[in-house]
Design a protein around this ligand. Sequence first.
Ligand SMILES: Nc1ncnc2c1ncn2[C@@H]1O[C@H](COP(=O)(O)OP(=O)(O)O)[C@@H](O)[C@H]1O
Ligand SMILES: [Mg+2]
Length: 250
Amino acid sequence: MSIDGLRVVYITDESETVAVDSFSLDVKKGELVSIVGPSGCGKTTILRCIAGLLQPTEGKVTIGDKVCTSPGSDRGMVFQDFALFPWRTVKQNVKFGMEIAGVPKEEQEERAMRYIKAVGLEKFADSRIHELSGGMKQRVGIARALVMHPAVILMDEPFGALDAQTRNIMQEQLDKIIVHSDRTIIFVTHSVDEALYLSDRVVILTKRPSSIYKIVDVPWPRPRDRASPEFTNLRKRILEYLEQQNVMED
Ligand SMILES: Nc1ncnc2c1ncn2[C@@H]1O[C@H](COP(=O)(O)OP(=O)(O)O)[C@@H](O)[C@H]1O
Ligand SMILES: [Mg+2]
């Protein structure tokens, strides 16, 4: 996937906000790239452009040889507010996209169960969403995105609302899924720790309008040891980069 010269200007009655400027990034197939940066710098705006939900003022997003100008099944999204159907069961939620796409019933069943298992929810396949905890709902959201086999998965602070312990479990689960698939993932997070645990590369943005400040490679095998000296050192370096962008909020 390639993002070329993205620029986004929001125009309202009172003001013009340049949210993103000169943002370019190539992401390899199978890569997980995290995006971190100051609050309000334009991270969600970048994801919305990739998703095709927002037309950039300038620049373009290309997957393969296709320019993305509208949402498509080649891009799956996982957001912080789960956007699940509360009255449907876990399995029915995971099947939803496949129903719309007209996937044969038997295949729907097989794929839904495969991904429900992958996120550790097989015992809850027939539970209704409103019966689940926040962490479990988030796992349904991930299974629902993965089951469509999108070329690219976009995640906007997906674990931001979870407590620390659930968050770690979710990171470990996603990590296992990454190792066993060749899915390309763009992952926006506030947590440098999370970014280092999960990513092949961490992209650090400037303050608004966001462009790339630094890109850090994370070369270690998975699963990673958060307590190791190299992990701690790299985390410190990224935090310093973020401080240089005045990220220390409030
Ligand atoms: N629909 C919109 N209209 C006007 N301004 C917006 C809109 N969406 C976001 N912005 C502004 O663009 C900037 C970047 O927003 P956003 O991409 O949500 O940042 P982040 O996700 O990094 O916190 C912010 O200053 C925000 O107020
Ligand atoms: Mg955001």
